[in-house]
Design a protein around this ligand. Structure first.
Ligand SMILES: [Zn+2]
Length: 494
């Protein structure tokens, strides 16, 4: 692997003959957005691609949780023209196409669906950072040109980019990105927990663990053994027939979120969740057997037989580490680490994650949880009592005749709270309001909080003063303008 520098962008290249594959990576993704501007990275990506002339080149762009990539495969000169075109477009986005590309994103959004990973990350972080992957934001139609350009200016810069290239490096390649440093990425605080919890989420069954940096192989080996145990269980109980996968999300050099996700057959999710938890708890307690350890190492070594695939995945990893500020480890070094890991260290590494474990199960699985000591945790920040503050209620007559109207709204100094007809209290501290979406007539707004609580504040139930009081407390940048109201109107109609 060769490392060079082109226009201030690190380039990782492995020369070869024939076609060129090149991938331009940026250290920005959904985790760098906020709920109010969800999909802004994806829109930047679409606008940049839309600026390029149509070619026969095989090219693609992907916005993921922590990276955005532009890739092309073909003749070196065509790949070079693609990369240069993308860099120029990112420096001056064709925002006149925004309405069109917003429409495309809306169409894609319909088909996106919820993933198990998104559910797990949302259970950890709420509507922030990686937690946004599982959430539908207000929608790309709420994004303004200023927001989109500002996002591109901050994140799609030289200091936050890297290129990897396999095959002939395009002659005279230019990467004319705007100058700028790699922005500091914020890791949102995790929702507090003092021991393992289980929760109901979208997607399939999954387990999420917080652990240290990728430098320690013990946890990776442990997760590998956990996956193998689940696959073996599936073979012996075919009725459950599930697929097992894992994903590590590097949040910083010393913090990872490792997820094990299981796609269970419909109706079997509860049983599969039970098996997943049992396998994890057993490994924490006893660690893997020597045979399992040897099997995991042999499996990893076997994956390295495909030389071209390994070379490309190392290039991709080097580019990823460059934009993420993480140390790069050649795959041979990683394997050596696996070989020297002991069963005791694997068990210890898994036990270290115990108090951070989140088990997510589909809400309709009819599952009662793994039992003690795994505590149930609701999907949002539910409380039992209302805080102090100005209280608004529907009229006594309305409350008398309609159970659904036995609700209350409190506008306090520190938070907004509502009690629903079931008696559950949802509280949103003002600084954790992620967005307030007013209705077209301005007579109501949905306030969405970091912990995924949604409070609907409307004149009809709570009166005009309640809506005005909430409006006055919500941080200005979180009170979103309706797309149609953007032009001219600075405040929504009241
Ligand atoms: Zn809530």
């Amino acid at each position: 692997m060769q490392r060079i520098d082109i226009d201030g962008v690190p380039v990782f290249a492995a020369e070869g003959s024939g076609r060129t594959t090149a991938v331009l990576v940026f250290g920005v993704g959904l985790r760098d957005e906020t709920f109010a501007i969800t999909e802004v990275t994806h829109l930047v990506e679409h606008l940049a691609m839309s600026a390029l002339p149509r070619t026969h080149l095989r090219c693609d762009a992907v916005t993921d949780v922590d990276t955005t990539t532009f890739s092309a495969t073909g003749r070196p000169e065509a790949v070079g023209a693609f990369l240069e075109g993308i860099c120029r477009a990112l420096g001056d986005l064709p925002t006149e196409r925004m309405d069109l590309e917003v429409g495309v994103l809306q169409a894609e959004g319909c088909a996106r669906g919820y993933s198990t990973l998104g559910a797990l990350w949302a259970a950890r972080f709420g509507l922030a950072g990686p937690g946004l992957v599982g959430a539908d934001g207000p929608g790309p139609e709420y994004l303004t040109e200023e927001t989109v350009r500002g996002h591109a200016r901050r994140w799609f810069v030289r200091g936050n980019a890297a290129l990897w290239c396999s095959g002939p490096l395009p002659a005279g390649l230019r990467l004319p990105l705007p100058p700028g440093p790699r922005p500091v990425r914020v890791v949102p605080p995790a929702r507090p927990q003092t021991g393992p919890v289980w929760t109901a989420g979208h997607g399939g069954v999954g387990l999420l663990l917080t652990c240290g940096g990728a430098g320690d192989p013990a946890l990776r080996v442990g997760v590998d053994v956990l996956e193998r145990r689940l696959r073996d269980a599936a073979r012996h109980a075919r009725g459950l027939s599930y697929a097992v996968d894992s994903r590590a999300l590097e949040l910083s050099a010393d913090r990872r979120e490792v997820a094990v996700v299981v796609d269970a057959r419909q109706g079997c999710e509860g049983a599969v969740a039970g098996l997943l938890w049992q396998a994890y708890a057993q490994l924490c307690e006893q660690g893997p057997t020597e045979a399992e350890l040897a099997h995991a190492v042999a499996g990893f070594a076997e994956e390295l037989d495909d030389e071209r695939a390994v070379a490309e995945s190392e290039l991709a990893d080097a580019a990823y580490c460059a934009v993420s500020g993480l140390p790069f480890r050649p795959v041979g070094e990683v394997l050596a680490g696996w070989r020297t890991t002991t069963a005791e260290r694997v068990a210890a590494a898994l036990r270290d994650t115990w108090a951070t474990a989140i088990l997510s199960v589909p809400g309709d699985a009819g599952y009662d949880g793994p039992g003690d000591p795994v505590q149930w945790r609701p999907a949002c920040g539910v409380h039992t009592s209302l805080p102090a503050g100005e209280t608004f209620r529907p009229s006594p007559l309305a409350r008398l005749f309609d159970r659904q109207r036995r609700v209350a709204l409190v506008v306090g100094d520190r938070e907004l709270a509502s009690r629903d007809a079931d008696g559950d209290v949802h509280r949103i501290p003002w600084e954790l309001v992620e967005a307030a979406l007013p209705t077209a007539d301005g007579r109501a707004a949905l306030v969405v909080g970091r912990e995924r609580c949604g409070v609907f504040v409307d004149e009809e139930r709570f009166g005009r003063r309640a809506v005005a009081a909430v409006r006055a407390r919500v941080p200005a940048d979180r009170w979103l303008l309706r797309p149609a109201a953007r032009e001219g109107a600075l405040v929504p109609a009241t």
